[in-house]
Design a protein around this ligand. Sequence first.
Ligand SMILES: [Zn+2]
Length: 294
Amino acid sequence: MFDSGPSKNSRPARRFRPARKHRRRGGRLVVILALVFMFGVGYSLLGLVQEGIAAPMGASTPAAEWSGFSHSYTIGSPAKEDEASTGQKTKEQTRKPPGAATTCDDVNVLVDRSHSLPSDYVPTDLVSLQDYRVPTLGSEVLRREAAEHLGRLVEGVTKVGEELVVASAYRSYEEQQLSHDRLMSVFGVGADSMSATPGHSQHQLGTAVDFTNGAAGYQVWAPFAQTSAYWWLEHHAWEYGFVLAYPRGKEEQTGYQWEPWHYRYVGVEDAKRLDKSNSSLQGFLERARTMPHC
Ligand SMILES: [Zn+2]
């Protein structure tokens, strides 16, 4: 349909060329008539093209074919081209998996070696852990929802005669920088597997805590794993929405050494799912695709 256009147009133009040489007045008239004719044919051809486009725009048309036609379509109707573009955008949006990007305030946001928080990200709902009767070594703060659940967790562990103390909770980007620099000065590049670089720490989220207790000498270190309070955490932390973020045997997945003291709040439902699975928090969040987007 579209290919027949140029040959139809060229035929009348060749026919009128000799007439213009010998009879000027009549020639002018013929040229005008020819122009009117050409305009008419061109216009009707354009109409046919437009009709031709209307059909491929149906739902069954492959995308490559559709976009080829839409380019011709701009000649006749820019307004409809805009409509077509909008339709294409909508298709792209619906193709995105749900939860592909999330805000940093989402308790399930993935923060690891590859996914970082902006240096100026600070949670807006930080509260003092002392207000939730959580024993701390300093004046620690956490996001409200995590603090509420941590208060209940401490109540639970105290009921069975165990002790848990929070040595570290929310850390700002700058505090993480200082902490990382200190470790770097002692351990060199080896510090990278012990401490997250600034922006990559779950502590900046305001939902992660480091536990210790008297049996561990109130230190943040491996002997904490030998205490009965740690055993209790292994079995009950999920009931309060907390999970061990860097477990033993999952170092390759998480990129960090086993940290028996480091727990992160993700909400009770997801903590329960994680407890029943063999996955690490890392793998779980990667599958959920909750990348930081803030
Ligand atoms: Zn920690």
